[in-house]
Design a protein around this ligand. Structure first.
Ligand code: SAM
Ligand code: SF4
Length: 329
C-alpha cells in the first residue's frame, strides 16, 4: 500500500495526457498560446502503461485520464486498452473530458475498457458557454453527455465550476439539467489555479451557498453522511427525481485529511497535491533506466512527502506556478 507521512492511503492516480486544450476556459487557461510542454518531454503511452503497472502494484486502484483535454492525444483507446490489462487490481479507469470530441471516440474507449466518464459543463446557455470556454460548442457537449448515457457509461458525472458573476445565476438550471438527464452534477468551488492569476476570494461561491440555492428549488437529501475519501457531499432529490448533486468545496470545507490522490503530469512529474510548489521527476527516473523496484522506491519516497493540506486560506498562500491544465485536473 502507498501510505503518506500522515497515514493517508493513496489509491487514486490522475494521469494527465497533455497540457494542451481546444477550449480556453477562463478559470483554467489564458487565451493565446501558453508555453506548452515540449513533445519529447511527454510520456509515451508505453511509458504511462509501464508506470501505471508499477503504481497498481503499489496499491493504486483508480486511474483517471485527464489534462488539458485528454482526447486531443491521438489513439487514447490504445492507452486505455493497455491500462485495462491491469484489471482487476486496477478497479476503475475513468476519463475527464470537455466533451468536444467524445462522441467520435466513445465506442472505442468503451470497447477498450473505459469504466467512467466525467464531463465539464459550466453553463446551459449557448452564448454563456462560449463566453466561458471560448468555443461555441454547448450542443456538441450535450450530445456527448447523451451519447455516453446511451452506451451505458453510467453513472455520468458532470463538473461545473461556479464563479460569482460569471455563472452563479445558473446553479438551479444546472440542477434541472441533472434531473432531466439523470446525471450527477458536481459543483466545484473556484480554486486559485487559473492561468490568468485572476482568482479572487470574492469570486468563490461557497459549497453551502450552492447547496442552499438548489435546495430552495429542488429539496435535497444527503445521500451519504460522510465524504469518505471522496471529495464531494452527495445529495439526491427529495422528490425521487433521477439525477444527483455533488458539492465539492475545497476552499471553504477543506477535505485534505481524507485525500487519497496523487497526480502525474503529462511531462512525467509527480504532484502530491494540486497546490504543490514542488514536483518530483518520475520521467527522469524512468528514462535513466531505473529498474521497476527503483521506480517503486522513488514513488514510495515521493508519497511520503505529500503535503498535509493545501494552504489556500493562509495569508501567505501563493498560487502554484503551474495551473490546472498543466497539472491535470
Ligand atoms: N479538459 C477536461 C475537462 O475540462 O473536463 C479535463 C481537464 S480539466 C483541467 C479538469 C477539471 O478541472 C474540469 O472539470 C474543470 O472544470 C476543473 N477546473 C479547471 N480549472 C479550475 C479552477 N480554477 N477551479 C476549479 N476547478 C477547475
Ligand atoms: Fe480545457 Fe478542461 Fe481547462 Fe477547460 S477546464 S480549458 S476544457 S483543460
Amino acid at each position: 500500500m502507498l501510505r503518506d507521512g500522515y497515514n493517508r492511503t493513496i489509491r487514486d492516480l490522475r494521469v494527465s495526457l497533455t497540457d494542451r486544450c481546444n477550449f480556453r476556459c477562463f478559470y483554467c487557461l489564458p487565451h493565446g498560446e501558453p508555453a506548452w510542454a515540449k513533445k519529447e518531454t511527454l510520456l509515451t503511452f508505453e511509458e504511462i502503461a509501464k508506470l501505471a503497472d508499477i503504481f497498481v502494484s503499489l496499491g493504486i486502484e483508480k486511474l483517471r485520464l485527464t489534462g488539458g483535454e485528454p482526447l486531443i492525444r491521438r489513439d487514447v483507446p490504445v492507452l486505455v486498452q493497455k491500462l485495462a490489462a491491469l484489471k482487476p487490481q486496477l478497479a476503475e479507469i475513468a476519463l475527464t473530458t470537455n466533451g468536444f470530441d467524445f462522441v467520435r471516440h466513445a465506442d472505442a474507449l468503451m470497447d477498450a475498457g473505459l469504466d467512467r466518464v466525467t464531463f465539464s459543463l459550466d453553463s446551459v446557455r449557448r452564448d454563456r458557454f462560449e463566453e466561458i470556454t471560448g468555443v461555441d460548442a454547448l450542443e456538441r457537449v450535450v450530445e456527448s453527455i447523451k451519447y455516453a448515457k446511451q452506451i451505458g457509461l453510467d453513472p455520468i458525472k458532470i463538473n461545473a465550476v461556479i464563479v460569482r458573476g460569471r455563472n452563479d445565476d445558473e446553479i438551479v438550471d444546472l440542477a434541472r439539467f441533472a434531473r432531466e438527464h439523470g446525471v450527477a452534477f458536481r459543483y466545484i468551488e473556484y480554486m486559485p489555479l487559473d492561468s490568468g492569476h485572476g482568482w479572487d476570494r470574492s469570486q468563490v461561491v461557497s459549497g453551502r451557498e450552492i447547496r442552499d440555492a438548489i435546495d430552495a428549488e429542488f429539496p435535497l437529501v444527503l445521500k451519504e453522511t460522510s465524504r469518505g475519501s471522496g471529495t464531494s457531499w452527495r445529495y439526491v432529490f427529495a422528490d425521487g427525481s433521477p439525477g444527483e448533486i455533488g458539492i465539492i468545496a475545497p476552499v471553504t470545507e477543506m477535505f485534505c485529511g481524507q485525500c487519497s490522490r496523487i497526480r502525474l503530469t503529462a511531462d512525467g512529474q509527480i504532484r502530491t497535491c494540486l497546490f504543490s510548489n514542488r514536483e518530483h521527476d518520475l520521467r527522469g527516473v524512468l528514462r535513466s533506466g531505473a529498474t521497476d523496484n527503483e521506480i517503486a522506491d522513488f514513488i514510495r519516497s515521493v508519497v511520503l512527502e505529500k503535503e498535509p493540506r493545501h494552504f489556500i486560506n493562509d495569508p501567505a498562500f501563493s498560487q502554484p506556478e503551474r495551473t490546472m491544465s498543466f497539472i491535470g485536473g
